[in-house]
Ligand binder design. Sequence first.
Ligand code: PLP
Length: 430
Amino acid sequence: MNRTNSESLFLKAKAYFPGGVNSPVRAFRSVGGTPLFIKKGKDALIWDADDNEFIDYCCSWGPLILGHANEKVVNAITETVKNGSSFGAPTALENELAELILTVNNYIEKIRFVSSGTEAVMSAIRLARAFTGRNKILKFEGCYHGHSDSLLVKAGSGLVTFGNTSSAGVPEAFVNETIVVDLNNKEAVKEAFNSFKDQIACVIIEPVPANNGLLLQDKDFLLFLREICTINNTLLLFDEVISGFRLCFCGAAGYYNIKPDIITYGKIIGGGLPVGAYGASNEIMATVSPEGPMYQAGTLSGNPVAMAAGIAQLSACLKPNFYIDLETKTQYLINKISELAKNSKVPFKFFSIGSIFWIAFTKLESIKSANEIDANSMSYFRQLHAYLLEHGIYLGPSGYEVGFVSQAHTYEQLDKTAIAFANGILSLNN
Ligand SMILES: *Cc1c(COP(=O)(O)O)cnc(C)c1O
């Protein structure tokens, strides 16, 4: 495969950006080789700067549930931008997107639009602290919540720990407000509530943890969190930046029918443009400025072009059978790969929910916490990723990242993918 244009673009980019990229995982460090510079996308396909064609399962890390350059989304963007790109004043489009969401989603009553998932979570944490008057937050090892200071924290050693920062530049004082425990561990959560009685503002979780493998939790564990939060007057925060509008229109809250106190959204909500959001009950949202004392603002918040893209995309998600069709396709794909590669020397298993899938090179039947992932197995992913690129299949460049199936993927493309994928698995060296 010719990659000369991507290689020379990457060389230039290294002079302009740290590591040659504007977001670290794009640099291909965990799979090796040169990142592909993408020129164009249409439906399930993308083309790189050397005109190589790929069936894409990264889908911009999740936002593109309709595939690339969906006609309705493109039309909404182009028609809207003709009338100006931003006003810093309210527009009817904000009402329209909010109405679309709030009339269907009974888990929140009010919403505030921001410009990224990180910003949504950062604001939601502030809201939880403002509403409860408490400082500490509890997060789970293996959940990603964007790059705000309080959340760039990983577990220390022990059942319940203050985190160690996972990034330089995060003050110790921030880290000391974040308690980190393992997923799927009720004892650890109970101990945290005992040790920090009346101090925990919120428990934040990806209800479908999908940023460090796919660590599917039992509904029972999520219900346990709901209950222990209620008992302790702690808010339960579902970070649904990936799962929102992905599992079903009402996200994981709807999928499991569990009502958290605050929900954050991102990715799909903006139709491929930068939008995030947080929502809660009227009572909790009354804390937010200008109604209440918690400040939060944004020059480009509720941007009309981004709102129009979100409206176009979410309207398509509301069509009958939209989510069933996506899940059926995803099951078709992973079942076919698993069948074709059943004689693999290297043990592997697909985990999936809705249209999210993840391959783990493991003998375990289930993986529910980050420490069950075998870091050494990532060498298999590296080989597989390289094989798939050579055969026209694009996965996110890390074995800790999940894949996404979009509405645009056709069964013909899934068949082609399954054959390449299975051959890739069968070619792995033990
Ligand atoms: C992607 C993601 C974020 C961060 O969103 P950005 O738009 O990248 O800032 C936060 N939380 C979860 C669960 C995510 O998947």
